[in-house]
Design a protein around this ligand. Structure first.
Ligand code: HEC
Ligand code: HEC
Ligand code: HEC
Ligand code: HEC
Ligand code: HEC
Length: 325
């Protein structure tokens, strides 16, 4: 009896020492990492990470971020069929810089030669001066890091999204590209067993680089009948860049209008293409007017607004409305 209780005490003691050691390590790594000498870090560094590896390497620890990035358009910026077509089978030199960038640093990048199938990958956006740059001042045992405040600023995205960045800037809206397209959630930066216990939770930006959605609350429609005219206006109320917006892609909104007479017969129709490449996209907070002459007696109009992204031939409905006279 006595002996077994002593063994239990020993086990509990050892357990307590283990837990305290872990707690101390957690505290040092998260709060006092300047205490850790550079030589000690050398022992746990993984030199492969600093050789510009493919994103699979980063996924050994940053699995959640990798999975999100994999779903993003950035991960297919080189393999996208519509890009291959538009860049004449990727032979046009001037199309490479933003689609297979070497390193993003606030201005148009230069193209890289290796791992092009990875498109815009982890290393393009984070590896500068032999360190992983990011928004935090933290200690990552496997690789050196450096805090760079540009990661939470729009000009980082403006390196490539140059036209959209200019459109955003003149709106003077405070929300950054990241606020809307990389919304942050509390979570861990690493999922690797062991490391995940040693690092506290932080804000993690959504690396799917979400496309963004518009509804009738974002693009507001007004209509007005006159004796011989039907007037429609569209107002981009909430999106602080043109809708749609693009540097080289050709995203479009289509406005379809059909006119019907008293008997319900269609008597006329009209169509607008609202697209950056045709300089007809909707600027932020500025009404755009469309006016249609009516030739026949008209009893009602049906208005249908559809959206087609740059990389698809499919259109989805934003809203549809019937407007009686
Ligand atoms: C300055 C950076 C930059 C350069 C250079 C560039 N692009 Fe792009 N491209 C972008 C960005 C940013 C997007 C994202 C959507 C948008 O803003 O158009 C994009 C998207 C696209 C798309 C739509 C997405 C897709 O996969 O279908 C196509 C097509 C495209 N680019 C073709 C080209 C072609 C062709 C060239 C060369 C003539 C080129 N790009 C050069 C930045 C660039
Ligand atoms: C197009 C550029 C881009 C690509 C590609 C990219 N990131 Fe990021 N990353 C960012 C930006 C911008 C932030 C800052 C987000 C924020 O918090 O506002 C960030 C933040 C991070 C952070 C810190 C946590 C956070 O979200 O703030 C980690 C870790 C990270 N990225 C890892 C990766 C890994 C791993 C990959 C590849 C699977 C990757 N990133 C791909 C731009 C990029
Ligand atoms: C062996 C594990 C491991 C691998 C592999 C790894 N990282 Fe990390 N990384 C970490 C840890 C741990 C942190 C810190 C986590 C924390 O403190 O929350 C970190 C932090 C970061 C940060 C945040 C930097 C900052 O200052 O905000 C970035 C960015 C980053 N890693 C990018 C990468 C990229 C890109 C790759 C692949 C080339 C990569 N990491 C590979 C473990 C790893
Ligand atoms: C290295 C250049 C580069 C940087 C930096 C960059 N992007 Fe992109 N982005 C592109 C290209 C190229 C595409 C088009 C990829 C494709 O579809 O072929 C794109 C696509 C996108 C899309 C999808 C657009 C669509 O039509 O669905 C969003 C959203 C986006 N980027 C947001 C961002 C945000 C936010 C940042 C900053 C955190 C950023 N990007 C930084 C080049 C870049
Ligand atoms: C207040 C939120 C908000 C901010 C800030 C914002 N966007 Fe958007 N963005 C959206 C919404 C909503 C959409 C979907 C509507 C659309 O297609 O234009 C969108 C669409 C896009 C698209 C898809 C192309 C298109 O129009 O079809 C790209 C690329 C993009 N944004 C890039 C950026 C960049 C780069 C910045 C920063 C300079 C930025 N956005 C700032 C909300 C925002």
């Amino acid at each position: 009896m006595k002996r077994s209780s002593r063994i239990i005490d020993l086990i509990i003691g050892a357990g307590l020492i283990g837990v305290s050691a872990l707690a101390l390590l957690y505290f040092v790594i998260n709060e006092r990492f300047e205490w850790i000498p550079e030589q000690a870090l050398e022992l746990v560094r993984d030199p492969e990470i600093l050789k510009r590896p493919g994103s699979k390497k980063c996924s050994e620890c940053h699995k959640d971020i990798f999975d999100a990035w994999k779903e993003s358009r950035h991960s297919i910026s080189w393999t996208s069929e519509t890009f291959i077509e538009a860049s004449e089978n990727r032979t046009k030199e001037k199309c490479l810089p933003c689609h297979v960038p070497h390193s993003v640093q606030g201005e148009k990048p230069s193209p890289r030669l290796d791992l092009r199938d990875e498109g815009i990958y982890c290393v393009s956006c984070h590896f500068i001066d032999n360190k992983m740059q990011g928004p935090y001042d933290l200690l990552a045992p496997p690789h050196p890091t450096f805090r760079n405040p540009d990661y939470v600023r729009s000009n980082f995205c403006g390196s490539c999204h140059q036209k959209t960045f200019k459109e955003w800037k003149v709106t003077a809206v405070e929300d950054t590209c990241q606020d809307c397209h990389m919304p942050r959630k509390k979570g861990r930066l690493t999922q690797k067993a062991g490391l995940n216990l040693l690092h506290k939770k932080r804000w993690v930006g959504d690396h799917r680089f979400l496309h963004g959605k518009i509804t009738e609350k974002d693009v507001i429609m007004e209509t007005k009948w006159e004796e011989k005219f039907f007037n429609v206006s569209l107002l981009n109320k909430t999106v602080p860049h043109f809708v749609p917006t693009a540097d080289n892609g050709d995203p479009r909104l289509y406005l379809y209008i059909k006119f019907f007479d008293e008997a319900g017969e269609q008597v006329d129709s009209a169509k607008e293409i609202i697209a950056p490449q045709q300089e007809t996209a909707l600027p932020y907070n500025k009404k755009v007017d469309y006016r249609y002459r009516l030739f026949d007696p008209v009893a009602k109009a049906e208005v249908d607004l559809k959206y087609q992204p740059a990389w698809s031939k499919e259109k989805t409905r934003v809203f549809a409305k019937t407007v009686p006279r």
